[in-house]
Design a protein around this ligand. Structure first.
Ligand code: TXE
Length: 495
């Protein structure tokens, strides 16, 4: 398989013909050559997006017509559900059923934003009372312009669609730069968008490296907004690039999300959500609940149960029946996690299970589901995002202590609380400094509800109504009743 860039409605190679390999993390084998775009390709793509935006070929369409295109894209995704899911699993390593969730969610995301703009068609002006009857002031929402979307590898197609669907719904044009670790489903998405007949230049795909294609895209002066999901370190660079020329950014960055388990919880339920919260998608999830705080009364009992259940998790290639934990996305991420686990040996934490490569799997980037208990609060594994199947547990005594420990992090993406006492859950939820709080669960995500973080976890929200407004500018149009006099300057008196 050899992929191409998609610029101004045409598929083709990078200007210099460069490619990079896509590697199946379950086999460590290369299985595709991906076009590696550079600064000149980015320049062509941004110019195409700029012309398409400025011409009004997309933003000038009625929302009903734009929605029809979005629905066609959704249909194209669903028609290819099986093929796209398998490709996602091959590229990223995630279990096939989880890849299917992603692809179905991606299709639904297009449907959701199609419906939003169909419902609101023709309602894009709202009057405001400015307290002076000589004036009429109206608020209009307009597309922000050319969007640079830079996306990660953990949900390769879905993270692109979280940006693309609302941006296109709003009338923006887009240049998408997916992660070099997983670009293939975004390439397939470009084919679906092309087949849907979306006007040329409205959507452009430049696969390539972060340091070249990504950096060139964030620095491009004709980009109006940068929408980024990835690491904090890169997020800081993106923000710096956007500061030149004062462009808008939205950032969805990492997390170290807490899950608080109170002593009235059923242990089985808590164990299932703890496991799902950290082991689904191999723990390569920005909202993974990787710090678990358990009331001391049930702490020992819970960790014994958690250990037993975790050791039953089926690990293997994502395409194999019954597998719940696939390989880590790449050699780089795998080595990075192993190095963290190595350093954890001297951290003072107790390794309950896992801690390295699982036995019996000698090919593929596998890491056994790993649990640490009694973890010092300054340990790297407690403080830093690991982005793998590694969870840390500690105990607490009081509600106030649990809240304080949960909030003691530079991140604030997600948090979860479990108790049969719903008043207690609501009280704790209100005090958690995070953009997403789950009660009696962890991770379920809905296209209808806003997604994003407090503190170092980001700026702005994706999904829901907020995710659409992120691609709109707000304009006031204020009209003076021209039959009235203003009276500031009456003209010179002529004698
Ligand atoms: O992320 P990067 P990486 C975290 C997670 C993971 C770590 C490293 O902790 O272990 O980040 O992953 C593009 N200008 N998350 O190295 O570098 C890059 O090509 C512009 C959390 O993959 O942030 C890719 O498309 N773009 C996260 C995207 O940025 C640049 C998901 C993300 O890559 C660039 C992924 C530059 N200078 C990783 N450098 C989440 N929030 O879900 C890189 N890129």
């Amino acid at each position: 398989m050899q992929t191409e860039l998609y610029i101004d409605g045409t598929f083709g190679p990078a200007d210099d013909g460069a490619t990079f390999p896509a590697v199946d993390p379950a086999t460590e084998q290369e299985f595709a050559a991906v076009a590696s775009g550079g600064a000149s390709d980015i320049d062509r793509a941004v110019h195409a997006a700029r012309s398409a935006f400025d011409s009004g070929v997309w933003s000038g369409l009625s929302p009903i017509v734009r929605a029809a295109f979005l629905r066609k894209i959704a249909q194209g995704i669903i028609e290819n559900l099986d093929r796209l899911s398998r490709l996602e699993t091959q590229d990223n390593g995630k279990p096939l059923p989880e890849a299917k969730w992603d692809i179905e969610d991606a299709a639904f995301c297009f449907e959701y934003y199609a419906e939003m703009i169909e419902t609101e068609a023709g309602e894009n002006s709202q009057l405001v009372d400015v307290g002076d009857s000589r004036f009429e002031s109206a608020i209009r929402r307009e597309p922000v312009g050319v969007v640079a979307a830079i996306t990660p590898w953990n949900f390769p197609m879905l993270m692109a669609v979280w940006k693309l669907a609302p941006a296109l719904a709003a009338g923006c044009t887009v240049v998408l730069k997916p992660s070099e670790l997983c670009s293939l489903t975004c390439y397939e998405l470009a084919k679906i968008i092309d087949a849907a007949g979306v006007p040329k230049g409205v959507f452009n795909l430049v696969t390539g490296m972060g340091y070249s294609a990504g950096a060139a895209l964030t620095a491009h002066k004709l980009v109006d907004k940068i929408a980024f999901t990835g690491s904090v370190v890169t997020g800081e660079k993106v923000m710096q690039a956007a500061s030149v020329g004062i462009r808008t950014v939205s950032l969805e960055l990492g997390g170290k999300s807490p899950l608080i388990v109170f002593d009235d919880c059923q242990i089985d339920k808590a164990v299932e959500w703890i496991m799902f919260g950290i082991f689904w998608n191999k723990g390569e999830v920005c909202s993974a609940t990787s710090r678990v705080l358990v009331h001391e009364k049930i702490y020992r009992k819970l960790i014994a149960r958690l250990k037993a259940e975790t050791e039953r998790i089926v690990i293997g290639p994502g395409t194999h029946q019954g597998v719940k934990l696939g390989p880590i996305v790449s050699r780089g991420q795998y080595d990075k996690i192993l190095a963290v686990l190595q350093r954890a040996r001297n951290s003072g934490a107790t390794l309950l299970t896992g801690g390295g490569r699982p036995k019996g799997l000698d090919r593929g980037y596998y890491i056994a589901p790993t649990i640490y208990t009694d973890v010092p609060y300054d340990a790297e594994i407690w403080c830093d995002e690991i982005f793998g199947p590694v969870v840390c547990l500690n105990s607490f005594e009081t509600e106030a202590e649990a809240i304080e420990l949960a909030n003691d992090s530079p991140f604030g993406l997600a948090a979860a609380v479990m108790s049969d006492d719903l008043d207690l859950c609501d009280r704790v939820a209100a005090k958690l400094r995070a953009g997403i709080v789950w009660i009696n669960c962890s991770q379920p995500t809905f296209v209808q509800a806003p997604w994003g973080g407090y503190k170092a976890s980001g700026i702005g929200r994706e999904l829901g109504r907020a995710g659409y407004e992120a691609y709109l500018e707000t304009k006031q149009i204020t009209r003076f009743e021209h039959t009235q006099d203003w009276g500031w300057y009456q003209g010179a008196e002529v004698s």
